[in-house]
Ligand binder design. Structure first.
Ligand code: GLA
Ligand code: ZN
Length: 660
């Protein structure tokens, strides 16, 4: 992949058009016009590559790949495992998933194979080997795309047996498992491994540590399947590089763990722009948070694997992107560290599920259609920015996002079962930092904190001993930490920490939690700043944690609750620790609170914003190496530096030179 320019193109499914050579020829012509330099082939091609069991027909794919290559277009080649042919599912029922209610599915849709079935793996191995033999050293193929958007779970007997093996490896004995799960409660002690079943609506769902382990196991199964496919290809194509396309806020796989097994992280981005409840800036920030998460997967540039040039067909309302949004989104992707802008799909399907999904080329095949002309413009701009690929981003702030924590947090019954809004919490911290032009990365509890100046720890309910220590060491040596409510509650088995909490952090924070109160939707408690503090008055919501400061070495309150029986308890506090400091936030506050909080914290830490002066509301700046991209996410023109930016417009500076 090295030495390539920004990739522009996307999913190309020509197996739908093999009987239309005129369309295939027009595709090449239009791709060149749209500055397409890369396509993804083969994602759903299995039935065209192996129409009958053991009968492989790869020539059509070779012709397409080589014809594209002759025209300057490279291929990301997918393994076809996500969508299996009907003959396979019909002949071998075990490849079809069993749902949580223990019903085996009929043949349907895609991304629903049993990842444990030896038979399925055998069939996948054979087709992957054929592809690797044929294209493994083909210069046209720049990257391998394993399967597609892995997810979901299978509850078949093969998977149950594998789950028990996984538990045996984790716990060693049933005695250890029973203890870790606190199974004695409600008399759930297990006496033989076969008694353990995956969670089911009509079965076990009260042993929360079991449910947590099931999520870990399912995630590991997907990663194992990915490794199996990767190694199958690698054996025949030792120089091959791999990616797997990940998804927005996806819960089913620990992506940090998965990313270790691939060379490049990639994700599929389908925001709904122009929602009545959200400004364009807010949608842009929501997307930016994901870009930064995927950048963080490997701490280096990622790929945007899919996006729509116009609209999707699967959201409740499929809105068109207004003129200019496709470009805004594309350049934002690059600003946040992507080396590609790729679409799903190149040409709209004639029939089936996705026939009305936006595509670069529509059913009319016209070059003057807006989706096409805007794609051409994006392609031209990406060519102008090609040098951006070499550069990395500066480390400033890290927000902790940990999949295991999320599973445990949301899997518990506690102070607020009506929804904890984990992403919402993260977003408030992220948005404030991003609006201040501070670079944000994400990391889980295994993250290396070196090089960051600020670490934000929102709702880290499941806190390991090792990470609690790492946080303290980070502050000790000069780092700044922000810890919120509902942190340090349980260990990795979802067993409550005994003694003072937030576990392992009470010295760091200079206080301890005494209670937590759940708020109804819309219910709030007023919080006021203490004398001399510049934070605004705000409202606490969702969960109000009550803390008391330590007698020796207490935290200094910045804001206090002003209502209810916990009035005067700290809502926000700060505590010096070693050469650093730790902030404590006892609840979820209004957005304004975070803006002031992080603007002040960034100033105090000496974090340089992407753009030195304050920007007009709705204008966002991001730095990537020496490049600074400023985007107008409002409907009005604005002036930034010497530049007039039209609505949704982007300006790019390289050093102090305006290059776009
Ligand atoms: C996902 C899939 C694609 C396609 C798009 C449509 O990202 O990977 O195959 O279905 O959604 O938005
Ligand atoms: Zn299974």
């Amino acid at each position: 992949m090295q030495g390539l320019k920004l990739l522009h193109g996307g999913d190309y499914n020509p197996e739908q058009w093999l009987d239309r050579p005129d369309i295939l020829a027009q595709d090449i012509e239009l791709m060149k016009k749209a500055r397409v330099n890369t396509v993804t082939l083969g994602v759903f091609s299995w039935s065209a590559l192996e129409p009958q069991e053991g009968m492989y027909t790869l020539d059509w794919l070779a012709d397409i790949i080589h014809n594209l290559y002759a025209n300057g277009i490279r291929t990301i080649l997918a393994t076809p495992s996500a969508a299996r042919p009907a003959w396979l599912a019909h002949k071998y029922p075990e490849v079809r998933r069993v749902r949580a209610d223990r019903v085996r599915e009929l043949y349907n849709r895609r991304q629903n194979y049993c990842y444990t079935s030896p038979l399925y793996r055998d069939k996948v191995r054979r087709i992957d080997q054929k592809l690797a033999q044929r294209f493994g050293s083909d210069p046209a193929v720049i990257l391998w795309h394993i399967s597609n958007e892995m997810g979901g779970d299978c509850h078949c007997e093969l998977c149950q047996a594998e789950f028990r093996r996984w538990l045996q490896a984790r716990y060693g004995s049933l005695q250890a498992l029973n203890k870790a799960w606190n199974a004695r409660f409600w008399s759930h002690d297990y006496t033989v491994w076969e008694q353990i079943e995956s969670p089911a609506p009509q079965g076990e769902n009260a042993v929360q540590a079991l449910a947590l382990d099931w999520k870990r196991f399912v995630s590991d199964r997907h990663i194992d399947f990915l490794k199996f496919e990767r190694d199958t290809v690698k054996e025949l194509a030792p120089d091959a590089k791999f990616t797997a396309n990940m998804m927005y806020r996806f819960d089913g796989i620990d992506y940090f763990k998965m990313a270790k097994e691939i060379d490049v992280a990639s994700w599929d981005n389908y925001p709904t722009w122009h929602k009545p409840t959200e400004t364009v800036e807010e949608t842009a920030l929501d997307t930016a948070m994901m870009h930064d998460l995927f950048y963080s997967m490997k701490g280096k540039p990622f790929l945007l694997m899919e996006s729509s040039p116009s609209f999707t067909n699967w959201q409740p309302i499929s809105k068109q992107k207004k003129p200019g949004i496709a470009e805004l989104a594309a350049l934002q992707t690059v600003a946040h560290g992507a080396d590609s802008v790729l679409y799903f799909q190149w040409r709209a399907s004639r029939g089936a599920e996705e026939k009305f999904h936006g595509a670069v080329v529509g059913h009319d095949g016209r070059q003057d259609a807006r989706a096409f002309t805007e794609t051409v413009q994006v392609g031209e701009k990406l060519e102008k920015l090609s040098e951006i690929t070499a550069v990395q981003r500066e480390k400033q702030a890290l927000i902790v996002h940990d999949w295991q924590n999320k599973w445990a947090l949301e899997g518990s019954c506690g102070p607020r079962n009506a929804g904890l809004g984990y992403w919402d919490e993260l977003k408030r911290h992220y948005n404030a930092l991003a609006r201040a032009g501070i670079a944000v990365e994400f990391g889980d509890e295994t993250a290396d904190l070196t090089g960051y100046r600020l670490v934000v720890v929102p709702m880290l309910y499941l806190l390991t001993d090792a990470f609690a220590k790492k946080l303290c060491d980070f502050a000790q040596s000069g780092g700044t930490i922000v810890v919120t409510y509902w942190t340090g509650v349980v260990d990795e088995s979802d067993l409550c920490r005994l003694g003072d909490t937030p576990y392992g952090l009470t010295k760091l924070l200079g206080l301890r939690r005494t209670e937590i109160d759940g708020m109804y939707d819309g219910e709030t408690r007023r919080c006021t700043p203490v004398d001399g503090c510049t934070l605004p008055e705000t409202q606490a919501s969702i969960l109000c944690e009550v803390a008391v400061h330590n007698d020796n070495d207490p935290a200094k309150p910045l804001c206090v609750y002003a209502e209810d029986y916990f009035a005067q308890h700290p809502a926000a506090a700060v505590h010096k620790y070693g050469a650093g400091r730790a902030y404590y936030l006892a609840s979820r506050f209004d957005e304004d609170f975070y803006r002031t909080f992080y603007r002040d914290a960034a100033k105090e830490l000496g974090l340089t914003p992407a753009w030195p002066q304050p920007l007009p509301a709705g204008v966002l700046a991001v730095k990537r190496g020496n490049f600074v991209l400023v985007q107008n996410c409002t409907e009005q023109p604005v002036t930034v530096g010497e530049r007039e930016l039209p609505r949704y417009g982007t300006a790019v500076w390289n050093e102090s030179q305006c290059v776009l």
